[in-house]
Design a protein around this ligand. Structure first.
Ligand code: GCO
Length: 254
């Protein structure tokens, strides 16, 4: 009897996984037995990440494409097809943050965040699901945020995109369940990442996060790995359309 959390023999593509949350989830999936396809737009950073994961004994390769470039996404999946590589697990993690009040926000910046954080999840998800459907099984894990539920001032495009991620996840669940594909989301809380460094370094914001979070601390990227493995594994075959918050309890309290 193998563990329902065993990912041996499965291949996972994690977008935006050269560093941060994506890298941590890729490492967690690898530790559970999955072969990993790391993705990033920066070829050098991606290569370094592949080398580090390989040195750690994991099976990892890089796929360098920009998730906002639809033709690059299509070409990346075509290249995998040509090599006979099937993506069993997709983690739509790639995302950016852009903090500015809406009254000062340029439309181009709004669009850039929505394209990177939401539309890319649809495009990459569609390409992956077209192939998963032919095999009758697949796992799509979209990365949301506390802002999938609650708004914080000055991060409107990120909030809207992450709210969209929650509903895209449900739309994927609605259409792809009969194809054998489960689509779920993870909502990270305030995590110790490069994207949040300016907040971490701000004593007032740091104190707010610690006071507002029942765990009284920021989250570590590796603390997402267990939930990611669960949603990537057969243990969650009857779970779809859900968003699981890994946030130290923040979303649940006033
Ligand atoms: C911010 C942060 C948040 C966190 C995370 C919270 O500026 O408020 O970047 O967006 O990154 O998404 O769940």
């Amino acid at each position: 009897m193998t563990s329902p959390f065993d990912l041996s023999g499965r291949t996972a593509l994690v977008t935006g996984s050269s560093r941060g949350l994506g890298r941590a989830m890729a490492e967690g999936l690898a530790a559970a037995g999955a072969s990993i396809i790391l993705n990033g737009a920066d070829a050098g950073r991606l290569s370094d990440a592949v080398a580090a994961m390989t040195a750690a004994g994991h099976t990892a390769r890089g796929l360098n494409f920009d998730v906002t470039d639809e033709q690059a996404v299509v070409a990346a999946f075509a290249a995998l097809d040509a090599e006979g590589i099937a993506v069993d697990i997709l983690v739509n993690n790639a995302g950016i943050q852009f903090r500015k009040p809406m009254l000062e926000l340029e439309t181009a910046d709004w669009r850039r965040v929505l394209d990177t954080n939401l539309t890319s999840a649809f495009v990459v998800g569609r390409e992956a699901a077209r192939r998963m459907a032919k095999r009758g099984h697949g796992k799509v894990i979209n990365i949301g945020s506390l802002t999938s539920e609650l708004a914080r001032a000055t991060v409107a495009p990120y909030t809207v995109a992450k709210g969209g991620i929650k509903m895209l996840t449900r739309a994927m669940a609605a259409e792809w369940g009969e194809l054998g594909i489960q689509a779920n989301a993870i909502g990270p809380g305030y995590m110790l990442t490069d994207m949040n460094q300016a907040l971490i370094d701000n004593p007032t914001f740091d104190a707010w996060v610690k006071g507002r979070t029942p765990a009284r601390r920021w989250g570590r990227p590796d603390e997402l790995a267990g939930t990611c493995v669960y949603l990537a594994s057969s243990a969650s075959d009857y779970v779809s359309g859900q968003i699981i918050y890994v946030d130290g309890g923040m979303i649940s309290v006033l």
